[in-house]
Design a protein around this ligand. Sequence first.
Ligand code: GDP
Length: 483
Amino acid sequence: LTTLTDEALLALDTLAGRAAGLVNPSVRLGVTGLSRAGKTVFISSLVHNLLNGGRLPLFEAVRSGRVSKIRLEPQPDDAVPRFQYEDHIRALVADRVWPESTRAISQLRITLDYESASGWGRLFSPGRLSIDIVDYPGEWLLDLPLLSQDFRAFSETTVALARSGIRAELARDWLALSATVDPAADAQEATARSLSEAFTAYLRACKADERSLSTLPPGRFLMPGDLEGSPALTFAPLPGLPEGRLEKGSLAAMMERRYEAYKTHVVRPFFREHFARLDRQIVLIDALQAINRGPEAVRDLERALGDVLACFRSGTNGFLSSLVTRRIDRVVIAATKADHLHHESHPRLEAVTRRLVERAIERIGLSGAGIEVMALASVRATREATVKHDGHDLPVIVGTPMAGETIDGETFDGERKTAIFPGDLPEDPDSLFEDPESDSRHTLNFVRFRPPHIEETGGGLKLSVPHIRLDRALQYLIGDRLA
Ligand code: GDP
């Protein structure tokens, strides 16, 4: 678990944070979600809308005109990469391509000058709040449970899971290779490397599988960053570990040491330097993709969401409770890419998301306090229309499919617009979690659209990126800090 030094450092850090907060109040907003959930697009659009006077009617401080100035500022953490806002927004707005996705942690500070709504607060006006947006892969969160597992427990859990269900066939090569090595034999670098490669291939296969299995730790095996090839990433869980202490110099002991190094050099610093310092959190999920892939994918998303939520909220099963950050008091779970549906279906998308969250928190025995659920689109790539079909009005969405998208046998070039009927979500969200009889499975028409064309009006005035309900998320996440 966290060592005493971790606790001491955290306490010191909190004190330093409080002192700095008196001079320049700030709130650290974590943005996470599994790969491709929409983190990069979310942050880019949110910041663009704030900087360019976007439509944010539900964000009270801006709507009521209490915010006088919004600007980007250098972030306080010199050792963390900056979120490349300018590059991402150029891609989105000027080139109309989706920006490069999140691969590691990054950060951006945006500062708002505002006038307090209360008479008491106005005494100190003008108020100033810095929002430090911290973008990090959701996969990294799934590593936190490793802090409470030793190498033996990690090996047992991972091997048992790999032998069960549909994972068994994906793990065959790695397990077969593991069966040929003796954990008690002398440690050989070549053996460690081939085991680690086979294990990584298994993790990658799980991720690529279209049944959409949720990601398994260690998260950095699939997103190594600058640690690629280092010993801390060259290990694998071992089946059949000998009882008792692992013999010095043996393969098992070498793997154990590297597993501990992974925790020391990767997981613990992430926990201490980033995760434990967050105040607010938004978790983005691609519920539409899971719905389209079927009930197994929906249940798997529910499992992954449960694992993620366990990091924010202590539950009754308690294995993570000593790690759970005590700071994060508000969490938003948002289904992204709602612009793929007509707005008539948005309440149903929200209902599905709420059901996902309820089931996830039920399963791990959490409390749902301080968790808000919504459906949003960071960037609205479509507009809505109605077409007549067999004498009925059919709600459709209109957008520019990405080059190469094929709809009804027709391949698009990335320039031409088209209208599609996206389909309906079921009235009863529970039906999406159950395996349906025969072919009544729910599918949506899911087309990848290009980012929208954004008009530049004359006089250097830029229009902001269109979105759906970004302002509602913003209000819940930081509205109270601008009261
Ligand atoms: P990340 O891995 O979480 O950083 O994911 P990205 O932000 O890069 O998003 C992944 C992909 O999802 C993008 O390339 C887009 O194709 C799509 N996407 C994300 N947000 C939206 C959205 O609001 N609307 C639409 N139509 N597509 C989106």
